[in-house]
Design a protein around this ligand. Structure first.
Ligand SMILES: *Cc1c(COP(=O)(O)O)cnc(C)c1O
Length: 398
């Protein structure tokens, strides 16, 4: 049984703050400063160039990938860490297209995170040759998977509403018509149990700065099913994915039979120090326990808000089996209301056009935080304090 008192004590959350935004940027683990100092003083400063070998920097893409793999049901040797999620989406969809060369349609949904769609639009433009991105409503994706589709690319949990796709049903349908599926796990990894191997996933990508708490700009990851790795085209063919990077030959040859071929170039090793410290928090944590607790807390949050806060309405499904680990409410003045909450140290965020979004992350959020958040929201709505002019000013990041 996961001890959430213990995990709560591993985070350094400012006194008095109710942090309901771990779905967007996880809080800092208490171990992070020492991990960074250790990297600076006892790795970079002392080892310098030797560190690539003596401190294992060169293979941290894989050693850290394996640790993330354990949290998403991936086989050892099937995940590498580096770059950004946008780049990993491009790489995975590009690799998927090369596996189905006779088809031209990439299918996604209108609820997908914009960068995922933008990256595919860039890929389509680059490839020319009749490629097309088709987006349909999330609820109709499964019916839109036909033998015209080369790659289906979806985010499992909707970043705005929390709606969760039925991963297994979509994969089975796609495979039955010969299509390949790329899953974005941005709001799944560290949030809900994921079983990449058991669900027969082809490709998956995700980031580490949300539910995995590796800090702003923490590196992304990519998973390729072991059954595909021998033939998959890396697309972004950098020297880190080469069969022999230090042979320095002029022709690209992908690393045979290994996930290493999805590596691109020199990763940010400093960011790996933070990721490593963040992953230590997960030792002894069972994601099934996290899920059970998150559902209890989401149920509590939704029922308290609905009984005490007039004017706000739940976004996304009520059935918890169809929801990830965040809860959003529609409210006409949602932006201003969220600013008023933040001023009173209840931190969520706002997603256009009208959603106040709250991440429910049991590693550091419990009933006390949920109730304090609802008390504060209730008061802001009753007093209409959100109508104050200072809450209307929009920042660049919402
Ligand atoms: C957060 C998020 C991203 C962000 O991509 P970056 O390259 O890390 O900026 C992409 N896709 C989804 C689905 C996300 O939730």
């Amino acid at each position: 049984m996961t001890d959430f008192t213990k995990t709560r004590a591993m985070f350094d959350i400012p006194e008095g703050m109710v942090y309901l935004n771990g779905n967007s940027l996880g809080p800092m683990p208490k171990a992070s400063p020492a991990a960074m100092t250790e990297f600076l003083n006892n790795e970079w400063r002392t080892e310098l160039i030797k560190g690539w070998n003596t401190k294992g920097w060169f293979m941290q893409t894989n050693t850290l990938g394996d640790r993330i793999g354990k949290l998403i049901g991936a086989e050892a040797g099937s995940v590498v860490v580096s770059d950004t999620l946008s780049i990993k989406v491009f790489q995975a969809v590009g690799a998927g297209l090369s596996m189905v060369p006779d088809r031209r349609v990439i299918l996604s949904d209108t609820g997908n995170f914009p960068t995922d769609l933008y990256m595919v639009q860039g890929l389509v433009k680059l490839k020319e040759d009749g490629y097309e991105l088709r987006t349909v409503e999330p609820e109709t994706v499964i019916d839109a998977i036909t033998d015209e589709i080369a790659v289906v690319t979806l985010t499992e949990v909707d970043y705005r509403t929390g709606r969760k796709h039925d991963m297994k049903a979509i994969i089975d349908k796609a495979h039955s018509v010969g299509a390949v599926v790329v899953w974005d796990l941005a709001h799944s990894a560290g949030a809900i149990p994921v079983d990449l191997s058991g669900t027969n996933v082809d490709f998956a990508v995700g980031c580490t700065y949300k539910f995995l708490n590796a800090g702003p700009g923490g590196p992304a990851f990519i998973y390729v099913a072991p059954r595909l790795i021998e033939t998959v085209e890396p697309v972004l063919s950098g020297w880190y994915g080469h069969e022999a990077p230090f042979a320095f030959t002029t022709d690209y040859r992908p690393m045979p039979g290994k996930i290493d071929r999805m590596r691109i170039g020199t990763p940010s090793i400093a960011s790996f120090a933070l990721l490593e410290a963040a992953l230590d928090v997960w030792d002894g944590v069972d994601l099934n326990d996290v899920r059970t607790r998150a559902v209890e807390l989401m149920d509590l949050f939704i029922s308290e808000v609905e009984s005490r806060c007039a004017g706000v309405t739940l976004a996304g499904p009520r059935n918890m089996d169809e929801r990830g680990s965040h809860v959003s409410f529609h409210f006409e003045d949602g932006y201003a209301c969220m600013q008023a909450l933040i001023e009173r140290k209840v931190i969520g965020d706002f997603r256009a056009p009208d959603m106040m979004r709250f991440g429910i992350t049991p590693l550091f959020v419990g009933e006390a935080e949920i109730l304090k958040a609802v008390d504060t929201l209730e008061d802001i709505l009753k007093t209409e304090s959100y109508k104050d002019a200072r809450f209307q000013v929009r920042s660049a990041v919402t």
